[in-house]
Design a binder for this molecule. Structure first.
Ligand code: ADP
Ligand code: ADP
Length: 226
């Protein structure tokens, strides 16, 4: 079965008496090792879908199975357990903690993990070297460029070896040179067999991925794999 299976997923928000259908009957299957971009206009539901995939948000109806686990009916504790063990996140705005060093930031996911992972400190250093920050591990995020911060954030997302890497506009705050580096890194991560889902409003960025899913008004308008 696919790693990700959504059947008729809806997510509605109630705003001052109005119902916003952020997701409106989404069917989507993604196999392990795929690299998929989510595109579509502002407000089409991209972030909502990514948050559902990442177990940060739950569908109101329908079914979302991740590795066969039905996510919709999990309580918060169980959802965060699934999230911590299986999913790495990269955000547009990096979300690095300014008072911690780069290495400490990359090791943060360990603190939220219930299972000690003795390999993680070594893996953090290997990942940082790999993303070109081997000589910046002791620096604070404020001493890095935007591109370096995002590469550190990618190392952090990968440190616990998640099955699924989710990225929300990871190049949105970067100049075009740094954006290229970050996209090349994400390509590499995919080449190594990682499942990647990335939100972008930029069609050139989306074209990097073998599969593109376009949303409109909370529905899948086009899927290049369909
Ligand atoms: P995109 O990422 O494509 O810009 P979003 O998933 O952020 O789209 O939003 C989809 C729709 O859901 C929009 O109409 C947005 O205003 C609405 N929405 C998203 N999050 C919330 C929220 N927390 N409360 C109310 N409405 C929301
Ligand atoms: P922006 O750059 O517009 O602030 P991000 O890409 O940073 O957006 O965040 C995307 C979405 O993820 C937002 O809806 C935000 O609420 C959520 N988010 C951001 N950081 C975290 C986090 N550390 N943990 C969980 N959710 C987060």
């Amino acid at each position: 079965p696919p790693m990700i299976e959504l059947d008729a997923v809806t997510r509605h928000y109630r705003m001052s008496g109005q119902t916003v259908r952020a997701l409106d009957g989404v069917d989507l299957a993604i196999r392990a090792g795929e690299y998929v971009t989510l595109t579509g206009p502002s407000g089409s539901g991209k972030s909502t879908l990514l948050n559902v995939l990442g177990c940060l948000d739950r569908p109101d109806s329908g079914s979302y199975r991740l590795d066969g686990i039905e996510v919709r009916t999990l309580d918060d504790t169980a959802a965060s357990r699934v999230r911590n063990r299986r999913i790495g996140f990269v955000f547009q705005s990096f979300h690095l903690l300014p008072r911690l060093t780069v290495l400490e930031n990359v090791l943060l996911p360990m603190r939220f993990s219930e299972h000690p992972d003795e390999q993680a400190p070594r893996r953090a250093q290997t990942l940082l070297a790999r993303v070109g920050l081997g000589d910046r591990m002791g620096h604070r995020p404020g001493e890095l460029s935007g591109g370096q911060m995002q590469r550190a954030a990618i190392a952090r997302a990968l440190v616990l070896k998640p099955a699924l890497l989710l990225a929300d506009e990871p190049t949105g705050n970067l100049d075009s040179r740094s954006a290229k580096d970050v996209l090349a890194l994400i390509d590499e991560v995919h080449q190594e067999g990682q499942t990647v889902v990335m939100v972008t409003h930029d069609n050139d960025v989306a074209a990097h991925a073998p599969r593109q899913v376009r949303l409109r008004d909370g529905k899948i308008e086009h899927d290049t794999a369909a």
